[in-house]
Unconditional design. Structure first.
Length: 89
């Protein structure tokens, strides 16, 4: 299992929302095809043309904020960005 797959499973499990590294969340969103725009020094805004929602995340002591991790998880599930078939990517 690749590091990417482990990160996705960690995110989808919902058991590590308080302990998810900000950089890992940024990597996951980029891997799912989101485009990054940084506003100011801390606001990382992710968009994707085929998804209406905009994701805005900020680091908190090198960790992602738990409610933002939850928002990303819900988005991945809602738009079916991850499936068993994705594991071969």
């Amino acid at each position: 299992m690749s590091k990417f797959e482990k990160l996705v499973l960690k995110l989808l499990s919902g058991q590590s929302d308080k302990n998810f590294h900000f950089d890992d969340l940024v990597k996951l969103l980029s891997s799912f095809g989101f485009q990054l725009r940084v506003n100011g020094t801390s606001h990382h805004i992710f968009t994707r043309p085929d998804i209406a929602e905009i994701i805005n995340i900020q680091p908190l002591n090198n960790k992602a904020k738990p409610y933002q991790v939850k928002q990303v998880r819900e988005l991945i599930i809602r738009y079916k960005l991850w499936s068993d078939e994705s594991e071969s990517e």
